[in-house]
Design a protein around this ligand. Sequence first.
Ligand code: ADP
Ligand code: ASP
Ligand code: MG
Length: 445
Amino acid sequence: MIVVSKFGGSSMKDHEAMLRSAQISKKQNSTITLVSATYGTTDQLHELVELSVGGKWNECEKKLFTIRERHFDILQNLTGDQLVGERLRELFNNLETLTRGIFLLGECSEKAKDRMVSFGERLSSLLYAEALKMTWPEKSVEHFDSRRILKTNSQYGKAKPQLSKIRTQCEAFFKLDGSIAYVGQGYIGSDDDDFTTTLGRGGSDYSAALFAEGVKADVLEIWTDVAGIATTDPRIVNQARPINEISYDEAGEMAQYGAKILHSSTLVPAMREKIPVFVGSSYAAEERGTWIRESVTEKPLIRAIAKRSNQALLTIRTPKMMNSFGFMGRIFDIFTENEISVDCVSTSEISVAISTDEINLKNTRLIEQLSKLGEVNSEAGFSLVSIIGNEMLHQPGLGKRIFSAIEDVNVRLVCLGASAFNFNLLVSNDQADETIKKLHGEFIS
Ligand code: ADP
Ligand code: ASP
Ligand code: MG
């Protein structure tokens, strides 16, 4: 049985969290364990980039010191192994040299940034391998560099995997007879020139799914700080409850529409290989957790609610659209050309309204190109609230229930009809949590 396990940043918070996670790797007999950077480190590495670009060397030194202390502290509380200490020191020297280079240049390319932030996982995985050796002395634990295996394109900051190369690398590298427990890094990969890339924030989940696909794993396990996927983000609704079982389609919609618990692309490789995915808490491994599978026994009308904040609404208006064809095609071509995904679309005879991540408003090329087709109006500050469930296209009265529950909320865009698994509403960021609470109260609590 091949098990790929991934532990997130909160499961790598300190030596205790690492040892707790190591108990899980041992109990689950994990073949490959991928880990995230220690809690908060990726954020701090991003801050380090900002500080060095901004010419604040003293602040950079303080930040480097904080990150260094945290990691050496964990090592001391684990094996204190000298060789590992040497490897940490070497990594910190490299990190400092790179930071200095960016400081002197006063700029940082996306390529250099990926190299900088990759240190988080490279450091934490060395420590986790020590925790696993302590916990599982009878096993041969092997630390490896995921960049050798996870081959991607050169889209730094949000690299796309090269699936056939990953598979080939997996086949060549891993010995899957159960004799070795491998420990590597989530989030990072490398391009054809062997430059470091990253899969985007929260990308360790996606890494784990790609490794699981590459080795044709029997199970993919995502260990985090909550006992599985809940009916909505527990930080928004206290009464959110864990979901025992959910289909790939529904969980995919949840991840796509903002449920932070899974990176949006995680389920794609798992679905391709039909690998069941388990999500559980490394703090309470005995709790039930969530199984994500192709088919599930219970299919409630509404299972969960997700939120994707900071959305923009773009409206492209032109009288020329009247009785014309090809207009929509041209709009979507522009989004495709700019590699920007569109979430919701609504059309009238002379205008099209599209919701997308707010950050895309900064893309001047996109706005210029759209402006050639018609008058473009953009508004920011929205959240997409996604109601996720089953058979939503065949439920008379569902709309009435939804809109009665949120009658005080101003809904700017509605999307239903493309999939039976979700019903999306665009509301202002200010009203999003209230909308979720009311909908959760009406349909789930
Ligand atoms: P990790 O560091 O382990 O990857 P994340 O912080 O990325 O963990 O994801 C876990 C967090 O996702 C939870 O602490 C929770 O606040 C948030 N979350 C958002 N939506 C949900 C949901 N539907 N169910 C459970 N957790 C959710
Ligand atoms: N460490 C990376 C991040 O914080 C990747 C991850 O944890 O999934 O975004
Ligand atoms: Mg995460």
